[in-house]
Design a binder for this molecule. Structure first.
Ligand code: NDP
Length: 478
């Protein structure tokens, strides 16, 4: 069994306490054993980052560009290998694993360019002979806490801007997916990242995560994960006056109007609801369908859903991989049981026993639901979608916005007028027209409103808001 250690101060460090990383497609397959740290490990990493922070903050944009560009190139060159590792570790299909690795590569390369484009502003003072300069500086040491569902892309879209803008990093990946984070740490190390600038501390949220959030010398926290943990982190950071950025859940609506192209609508909903085993914060979980197209839409979507091949993530024919672990599968099955009580009808949703022992579930569609049901209010995070029938666009918008969340919202229609109305009135950070609610570009902002997000947006040029702090300087030349 290969053992994997933590990267602190440019060295691979073992804390003992090795934990097995199990493949959700086949629990007999153990990927490796990863050394988990604790609060002392975090303190050790913070000391290393403190020693490195001034020189990295003052490093040239060229040096930062070159490091990020090299990591981006390495991820692309080995995307088949890392994509297969991702599929084995998290359960995404091979195609999704390779696609996510390529996304991580693009993110690194995008921020390699951004490192060269850190701009300021020169303004004329209201007083004579004084110049006012507005510049951006790194925040300092940032703690990055990431979930299991995008185990290579989410660390990439936090690490790359953090380093591009001159910050030092302590990364704690999800307990379930340390291998992909270990890949990024290895590539940063192999491509000359200076000691202490990037540190990987693996371990549990309750120990390592908590120690990162509460450490007084960590200046900012970027977190993606559940609402409960996000709220807790916001509270601690508020008290400590730490900069904080949270990306949490979604209960994303997808509206299908009578005038939609049926095949476009079904394909957007099939992808948005079930692909990546529904384990996307941007997944379409509430399908809000106008009554005229409802029956044809349900017939076609359920037919295509039932034809999806659920199987081992490493099999190239698989379309839906396993659920990430037993706990998540149990939670999905409980929601499906609840749907059997709340909804008019449930199609699919059974636990599947395949050749290898894994966490397999048939995709599920809940029919005859309304927006007050728990299945339509709480994030399920599995391959499950609810259909809600509505009379018109007005009702569709009202149901779409009647949620605690506000990450992504979609509409399928051939009416420009309806699309424009929805785009303007959807209470969401991202709006999709004739596209799945999940699936975004890497060079534009990502994030939501209401209970989904807190703090500045991630990704694209907007990432500069979180990873830098602004300084205003006044100069009287005499
Ligand atoms: P968590 O919020 O528990 O985990 C996210 C990250 O936070 C992990 O790295 C976790 O560590 C860490 N963490 C946990 N507790 C603390 C803490 N007290 N202080 C600091 N860090 C902590 O989510 P889960 O992974 O358990 O997923 C549960 C649910 O969250 C899912 O069912 C889904 O609904 C939602 N989710 C949403 C995501 C999104 O993209 N919006 C992504 C993933 C999950 P550890 O892994 O060791 O627990």
């Amino acid at each position: 069994m290969t053992k994997y250690d933590n990267l602190i101060n440019g060295e691979w460090v073992s804390f003992g306490n090795y934990n097995d990383n199990v493949n959700p497609s086949d629990t007999n397959d153990v990927i490796g054993s990863y050394s988990y740290g604790d609060a002392d490990s975090v303190a050790h990493a913070v000391e290393a980052a403190q020693a490195a922070r001034d020189s990295w903050a003052n490093s040239t944009p060229q040096a930062r560009h070159d490091l990020l560009d090299a990591v981006g190139n390495a991820l692309a060159a080995r995307s088949s290998e890392f994509g297969a590792l991702l599929a084995r570790e998290e359960g995404k299909t091979l195609a999704e694993g390779v696609g996510e690795t390529m996304r991580a590569s693009q993110v690194f390369k995008f921020f390699a360019g951004e490192a060269l484009r850190v701009a300021g502003e020169l303004q004329t003072s209201v007083r004579p002979d004084i110049d006012v300069e507005i510049t951006r500086e790194p925040v300092g040491i940032v703690g990055l806490i990431t979930p299991w569902n995008f185990p290579i892309a989410i660390p990439a879209w936090k690490i790359a801007p953090a380093l591009a803008y001159g910050n030092c990093v302590i990364l704690k990946p999800a307990d379930l997916t340390p291998a992909c984070a270990h890949v990024i740490a290895t590539l940063l190390h192999e491509n000359g990242c200076p000691a202490g600038v990037f540190n990987l501390v693996m371990g549990r949220g309750s120990t390592v995560g908590e120690a990162i959030v509460t450490h007084p010398d960590i200046d900012a926290i970027s977190f993606t994960g559940s609402v409960g943990t996000g709220h807790h982190i916001a509270e601690v950071c508020g008290k400590m006056q730490k900069k904080v950025q949270l990306e949490m859940g979604g209960k994303n609506p997808m509206v299908v109007l009578d005038d939609a192209d049926l095949s476009v609508a079904v394909s957007a909903c099939l992808n948005g609801t079930f692909f990546s085993t529904g384990q996307r914060c941007t997944a379409s979980s509430r399908l809000i369908v106008q009554e005229g197209i409802h029956d044809a839409f349900v017939a076609e979507l359920s037919k295509q859903m039932q034809a999806l091949k659920v199987g081992d993530a490493r099999d190239p024919d698989t379309q839906i991989g396993p659920v990430v672990d037993e706990k998540q599968l149990k939670s999905n099955l409980e929601y499906i049981e609840l749907a059997r009580k709340e909804a008019g009808e449930v199609i699919g949703g059974e636990r599947l026993e395949l050749d290898a022992p894994g966490f397999y579930q048939a995709p599920a569609l809940f029919l005859g639901t309304d927006n007050s049901m728990r299945i339509n209010r709480e994030e399920i995070f599995g391959p499950c979608g609810s259909v809600l029938k509505v009379a018109d666009l007005e009702e569709a918008i009202s149901v779409a916005n009647d949620t605690d969340f506000g990450l992504s919202a979609g509409i399928c229609t051939t009416s420009l007028k309806s699309a424009r109305t929805f785009k303007r009135r959807a209470e969401a950070g991202m709006v999709m027209v004739n596209l799945p609610t999940a699936g975004v570009d890497y060079h534009v902002p990502f994030g939501g409103r209401k209970g989904s997000s807190f703090g500045p947006r991630e990704q694209g040029r907007y990432a500069v808001e979180f990873y830098t702090t602004v300084k205003t300087s006044y100069v009287f030349a005499g």
